[in-house]
Structures are given as C-alpha cells and as structure tokens.
Design a protein around this ligand. Structure first.
Ligand SMILES: [Zn+2]
Length: 119
C-alpha cells in the first residue's frame, strides 16, 4: 500500500492507493482520465446548484430590505443603512452570477475534452 496525491487538482490530500475515493473530497482514486473529467464536471454542477440556492436567499434578503424602506419612507437612518445593505447584497449577487458563469465556462471546456475522448 502506498500513499499517493489525490487526483483532484484543488485537493492536496494524500490518499491510500487502495482507497476507492479520497476521504476529503470524494474524488475517485486511480481514476481514468474520463472518470476524472466527469468528476470535475459534476463538481461544478453541484457548485452551480449551491450558488443558485444562495442567489434565491440573497433575493429574499433584498425583498426584506425593500419592504423595510417602504415601511419607513421618512426615516433617513433606516434609508441610509438600507441602501448600504442593498449595495452589499447586490455586490454578492454579481459575484454569484460571475461564479456561475465561470463554472459554466469550465463545464463547456470539460465537455469538449470528454467529447474528444469519446471520438
Ligand atoms: Zn481529494
């Protein structure tokens, strides 16, 4: 039995070469290149699901900020802090969209590599 580096690029774990999968990240051990690519693809699919869930959550936060401003239209303190909170939420929403776009671009690249292997 030997310890090898996990084949997942972002995971620096050492894994037994007898193991089925890395205990830290779940990447299959002694994986074929195609299995490795599929794993990378699915990992990004899961990341996108999580990002969409966070996006929905941020949209709820935004709704409640809007509701607060509607309820106290003449309170300058509430208005100032609400606008600042809105800016923070918007920044995060832009980050989420850009992360989703990155993951989708990477998935298209991985898919291209998988298509090339199956030809
Ligand atoms: Zn790993």
């Amino acid at each position: 039995m030997a310890m090898i580096n996990c084949s997942e690029s972002e995971c620096n774990n050492r894994v037994s070469d007898q193991a089925v999968a890395c205990p830290k990240c779940g990447c299959p051990v002694r994986t074929s290149e195609v299995d490795g690519l599929r794993f990378e693809y699915e990992k990004r699919q899961r990341r996108i699901q999580i990002l969409y869930a966070e996006l929905a959550d941020r949209n709820h936060v935004q709704d409640s900020i809007d509701e607060t401003m509607r309820r106290w239209p003449d309170n300058d303190d509430i208005r100032t802090s609400s606008l600042e909170n809105q800016r923070i939420v918007m920044d995060r929403i832009f980050e989420i969209f850009s992360s989703i776009a990155d993951a989708e671009r990477e998935m298209a690249e991985i898919q291209k590599a998988l298509d090339a292997k199956s030809r």
